[in-house]
Design a protein around this ligand. Structure first.
Ligand code: IMP
Ligand code: MG
Length: 178
């Protein structure tokens, strides 16, 4: 375990099993229709890669980068587009792939944005869900794990851009972010 962590919350094996389970659910739901997976940078990168290895549906991928955090551990509620989609999504079935849903501001903004771009359907797939922190209501279609109200890092998730490389999800020691 990394020295800055208090504990490992979700192991590599548990994450891989969740990626397989969600990919099978998606294939069953879309029944041969093609899908555009939109990963939200940078946190979704590890999950997106592992999830896609198990998806059998015809699909393309794209990425968006938005920010709602000013480098700290609390959402500001404002969302800025840093990198937009590279292909049009009108009349496409879109699945947004996210690392964690916390306040819900990021996903609420993006689902509205995609609807305005005339996507045929928009669903949300997240590795982690922190329902206790929700400030805006959103429908989440695919969830890896529900997590408690603790700041987590690893497997794409960062604190000040670090720890994204860890193959598992862990909880930081309070003295690291305190
Ligand atoms: P929301 O708009 O508050 O739902 O924020 C979602 C974004 O906040 C995620 O994509 C993460 O980048 C970040 N975030 C929220 N909670 C955590 C956490 O516990 N660890 C690391 N990043 C987090
Ligand atoms: Mg982040």
């Amino acid at each position: 375990m990394h020295q800055d962590l208090k504990k490992i919350l979700i192991s590599e094996e548990e994450i891989q099993a969740a990626a397989k389970r969600i990919a099978a659910q998606i294939d069953a739901d879309y029944k041969g229709e093609s899908i555009v997976f939109v990963g939200l940078l940078k946190g979704s990168v590890q999950f997106m890669a592992d999830l896609l290895k198990h998806v059998e549906s015809m699909c393309t991928i794209d990425f968006m980068c938005v920010s709602s955090y000013g480098g700290g551990t609390k959402s500001t509620g404002r969302v800025n587009i840093i990198k937009d989609l590279s292909e049009p999504i009108d009349d496409k079935n879109v699945i947004i792939v996210e690392d964690i849903i916390d306040s819900g501001h990021t996903l609420s903004f993006i689902t509205k944005y995609f609807a305005a771009k005339n996507a045929r359907s928009v669903r949300i797939c997240t590795l982690l869900n922190k329902p206790s922190r929700r400030e805006v209501e959103i429908d989440v279609d695919y969830i890896g794990f529900e997590v408690p109200d603790e700041f987590v890092v690893g497997y794409g998730l960062d604190f000040r851009e670090y720890y994204r490389n860890l193959p598992y999800i862990g909880v930081l020691k309070p003295e690291i972010y305190g």
